[in-house]
Design a protein around this ligand. Structure first.
Ligand code: FAD
Length: 498
């Protein structure tokens, strides 16, 4: 008989798992609490027909598995590689080239030499050099995560002598947009992993493309159609509340309001806040300490706004990150006339402005938020000051994105659980692939599907593209470093805090 798998949550992870299981002939049903598939990347239209989504999502050079999926689905959703800029209240701070077009240099030289800093003095930039040791030492292993997760990213940078200006004008802004939190609230392990993956592992890694419309329209809609053609079911407006266990402590069904869905295996693909909500009403999950421990984890507030201005404003780069406006909030703005096909011929300007760690902005009314956004935009590009806003959308997402805070790693779950047929996926799961954000979420979905296939016995494991190996000089440095560590351990008693 065809085995039944229930997947919970229709973001990158859940759709990835469902697609792979459907391809392998499983009777797979994806249950999604919200009205649209896509999770944090869902897109929809307002009653007036305007396209909206929760923030603009970039696809970086190392997102090989997502690029491969898009090819498999025969889609063409992306812009060419784009250049980006950074602003502070003082004006333009940084411009990035398209790194793959520059002569290749051994990492991290390309990043340091080709990034155009407008104000940051060379002496401050050079203060990053000692930090390279921690990038070598942090090899994404479980041991390295435990070593670095208990201190904050700020403490790490301070320990290695990074100058205050480099921290405030470069590293902290990167953490605010990459991990959604300021350095004093980020785990040093997460900071090192994220910076290495997106910026330092290989010269082109910081190159990015964007969807030429909402990701919902350009990728998720055709993807869901492909899944349905394979026989997979994607059911929206279905909020899962509990698991039913059999007497061997395996899940035998999933509870969703008044309905029950039988299951031979279950894959959770739900964010941390969603998992905590399910836990609060689930006797099955509450019976296990690994799930009770999820209450030690948390999410971060984000805010997405889309503004229509009455006139054309020249925005030098399509994607822009900003810092120094609020101590603990980062924000980005995107020229949607340049990125999205539907706004190319718009008579005015359409911008998306997203705020990360936006806790203090969420309680404000839409008009108050939009006033702040307009002021901030005008600080970066003065022409925004004179333009009128003719339409707007404001989306508040409380506790939505994963908070990699110091000490959080020990509570994050691996893909396997103490229920033999229940698997975890999502961008917060502990795995060793080395990717982050959307790419990681998709990869963990494929990993969870492969584990279900292993257990249930039918089909092929997913073919997951590994991250590009370290460059040779990094490999050598890591081997030497590991040997010294092992030697140290064999000589000295291991009594120190990790
Ligand atoms: C503003 C913003 C900007 C971002 N920018 C980028 C970027 O530029 N590049 C990038 O790679 N990443 C970016 N990210 C991060 C990226 O969106 C996430 O890493 C990724 O989408 C996580 O996917 P996921 O499948 O793990 O979880 P999610 O997308 O959170 O999906 C989880 C799903 O589970 C559903 N769910 C929850 N509870 C239940 C329940 N009880 N029953 C059924 N379903 C449930 C939810 O409704 C949701 O659809 C950004 C995120 C935000 C918010």
């Amino acid at each position: 008989m065809t085995k039944k798998v229930i997947v919970i949550g229709a973001g990158w992870a859940g759709l990835g798992a469902t697609h792979h299981l459907a391809k392998n002939g499983y009777d797979v049903t994806l249950l999604e609490a919200g009205p649209h598939p896509g999770g944090l990347v869902a897109g929809w239209k307002t009653p007036g027909g305007r396209s909206v989504e929760v923030g603009i999502h970039g696809f970086w050079y190392p997102y090989k598995n997502i690029f491969s999926l898009v090819k498999e689905l025969d889609l063409n959703p992306f812009t060419p590689w784009t250049r980006s800029a950074q602003y502070s209240p003082a004006g333009l701070e940084v411009e990035s080239p398209i790194f793959q077009e520059m002569p290749p240099l051994p990492t991290p030289l390309g990043t340091f030499i080709y990034t155009q800093f407008k104000r940051l003095p060379l002496s401050d930039r050079l203060s990053a050099l000692p930090l390279l040791y921690s990038l070598i030492d942090f090899d994404n292993s479980d041991e390295a995560w435990r070593r670095y997760d208990s201190i904050t990213a700020r403490e790490l940078f301070k320990q290695y002598g990074v100058s205050a200006r480099l921290y405030n004008d470069a590293f902290n802004p990167m953490l605010l947009v990459g991990l959604f939190a300021p350095g004093e609230q980020c785990s040093a392990a997460a900071a090192l992993g994220m910076l290495y993956y997106f910026i330092l592992a290989h010269q082109p890694n910081f190159d990015v493309v964007w969807c030429r419309g909402t990701v919902g329209e350009k990728i998720f809609k055709p993807w869901v159609e492909a899944i349905e053609l394979l026989g997979g079911k994607v059911e929206t407006n279905r909020r899962v509340t509990d698991l039913i266990l059999d007497d061997t402590n395996k899940a035998r069904a999933v509870v969703c309001g008044e309905e029950m869905f039988d299951a031979d295996a279950v894959i959770f693909a739900v964010g941390i806040s969603g998992m905590k909500k399910i836990l609060s009403g689930s006797a099955a999950l509450q019976s296990r300490s690994e799930f009770r421990n999820l209450n030690n984890l948390g999410g971060i507030d984000v805010l997405g706004t889309r503004l229509w201005f009455d006139r054309k404003i020249s925005i030098p780069r399509p994607s822009n990150a900003c810092f120094g406006f609020d101590a603990t909030t980062g924000w980005t703005f995107f020229d949607l006339n340049a990125i999205h096909d539907e706004f190319k011929d718009e008579p005015g300007t359409v911008v998306e402005v997203d705020f990360y760690h936006a806790n203090q902005l969420l309680p404000l009314g839409d008009d108050e938020i939009v006033e702040i956004v307009k002021q901030y935009l005008a600080t970066c590009i003065p022409a925004f000051g004179e333009a009128e806003i003719i339409d707007k959308t404001v989306v508040r997402l409380s506790q939505a994105v994963t908070h990699f805070f110091p000490g959080s790693y020990q509570y994050m779950l691996p893909a396997t659980t103490s229920f033999k047929n229940v698997f975890m996926s999502g961008d917060w799961i502990v795995n060793r692939h080395g990717s982050w954000s959307q790419e990681k979420a998709y990869v963990t979905g494929l990993e969870a599907a492969s584990l279900a296939i292993d257990l249930l016995g039918n089909g092929e494991k997913a073919n997951i593209i590994p991250v590009e190996p370290d460059e040779e000089h990094i490999k050598v440095a890591r081997t030497v470093n590991r040997s010294f560590r092992e030697l140290g351990k064999s000589i000295f008693p291991n009594i120190w805090l990790p």
